[in-house]
Design a protein around this ligand. Sequence first.
Ligand SMILES: C[S@@+](CC[C@H](N)C(=O)[O-])C[C@H]1O[C@@H](n2cnc3c(N)ncnc32)[C@H](O)[C@@H]1O
Length: 269
Amino acid sequence: MIVSALDDTRVAFDSVAAHYDGPSGNNGLIQDMRREMWRWLDASFPRDSDLIDLGCGTGLDAVRMATRGHRVLATDWSPRMVARARGRAASARVGDRVRTAAIGAHELERIAGSAIFDGVYSNLGALNCLPDLTPVSRECARLIRSGGRLVFTVIGRWCPWEIAYYSSRADWRRVSVRFSRRMMPVGMNGHTVWTRYWTPRELYRMFAGEFSLLHFRALCLFAPPPYLTWLKDRHEGWFEQLWRWDRRVGGWPLLRSLGDHFLIVMARR
Ligand SMILES: C[S@@+](CC[C@H](N)C(=O)[O-])C[C@H]1O[C@@H](n2cnc3c(N)ncnc32)[C@H](O)[C@@H]1O
């Protein structure tokens, strides 16, 4: 079941790789979240860091980090996403700073060495495509030097917008999907992405052995989730204010466990 779930997910992302940096994978709301992630990446990694991007997609973050002076090993389970990331790095003339590898986050043992990276990041839910994050935690602990950082954005369990939106349509299956502790099938482009949802605390528990928790916060708590992009298009004026609230109070106790995604920062002991 697990192997076939991972395979389904790879086929699904392969099928969208050609245009995933367009409206489906990088619409205005996703770009807002990406900007937040970049702020935290910049705060976490000094210039000239050696980093791994887990689930790099088409390489938007990897190329951005490379242009800021880092060296990135951009990895993804979907070979077509990896090909896109490689092409993007070459076009941006940072091919020498972005290495690419079709490696799933569940098979990081394929990367040789120990304590050779300053950090690992993963943006926008790649880690939700794994049934268990203990292997990721174990391999990150091997690969990162002491003091190095993990910075992840992950799809959370408690999303007030989603609960309100699907309740208003009496779509109870969709309301309940994030509360399962199992991998759940989510449709994409006629395929299935098997998705497991986490709270920040559940996720941290798997990393607690070797990593200290530095910070976590909600992303898209007041701002709506990316699939409600039509709201942004209709009410553009609201959005900057909603994001201001996200930035101001997204890290407060209780509120930080809500939101469409959460962002979490940990340090290697
Ligand atoms: C929602 S996309 C995000 C992509 C990219 N991080 C971004 O910010 O645009 C999720 C990515 O996770 C990748 N993925 C899915 N399962 C994975 C796995 N087991 N290991 C690594 N990457 C995976 C997909 O191929 C896809 O590129």
